[in-house]
Write a protein that binds this ligand. Structure first.
Ligand code: THU
Length: 162
């Protein structure tokens, strides 16, 4: 028997420590939470994705009375970005979330389904997607989605070696 340990590398920043570009992306994610449609959870999530060509695409969570029919902000944004710019990889994705009161204190982590979808995009474009997870107290920077989804299921898992 062997014990295997998986380590995730995460950098923790204060907002003021970030460069101008990252601040702008986080600000855009925070601003777009105003467009979130979340009448059921009252949890308003905003995402800003910066693409290889410099374009910035923003999106929000969109809920539905049939709860599972709703969509997280990360997938809304990624699918839109990949639809509008199929040749442009997402370089950095900033995520922010607030309630009716204020932005949340600690960084918003993407859900498991969004990690799976973001990972597929990393593989599709052969480029890591850098994540910036906003919290009022501090921000997490993660260099790639793969870091957050070890032992992932992907197309290679289905390949049979003869
Ligand atoms: N949500 C997101 O949009 N992204 C996340 O990373 C976590 C959860 C949304 C889904 C739902 O509309 C609300 O937040 C509460 O779960």
């Amino acid at each position: 028997m062997k014990d295997l340990t998986i380590i995730a590398h995460i950098k923790k920043y204060q907002y003021d420590e970030l460069n101008k570009e990252d601040k702008r992306l986080i600000d855009a994610a925070k601003e777009i939470t105003a467009h979130s449609y979340a009448p059921y959870s009252h949890f308003f999530v905003g995402v800003a994705a910066s693409l290889e060509n410099g374009a910035v695409v923003v999106g929000t969570n969109q809920e539905n009375a049939a709860y599972p029919s709703g969509m997280c902000a990360e997938r809304t944004t990624l699918f839109y970005a990949n639809s509008q710019y199929p040749d442009q990889a997402v370089r950095t994705l900033a995520i922010a979330a607030r309630t009716n009161k204020d932005f949340i204190e600690t960084p918003i982590p993407p859900c498991g389904a969004c990690r799976q979808v973001l990972l597929e995009s990393e593989k599709r474009y052969g480029r890591p997607i850098r994540l910036l997870l906003y919290g009022k107290q501090f921000i997490y920077e993660i260099k790639s989605v793969a870091e957050l989804l070890p032992l992932s299921f992907d197309a290679a898992t289905m390949e049979v070696v003869d």
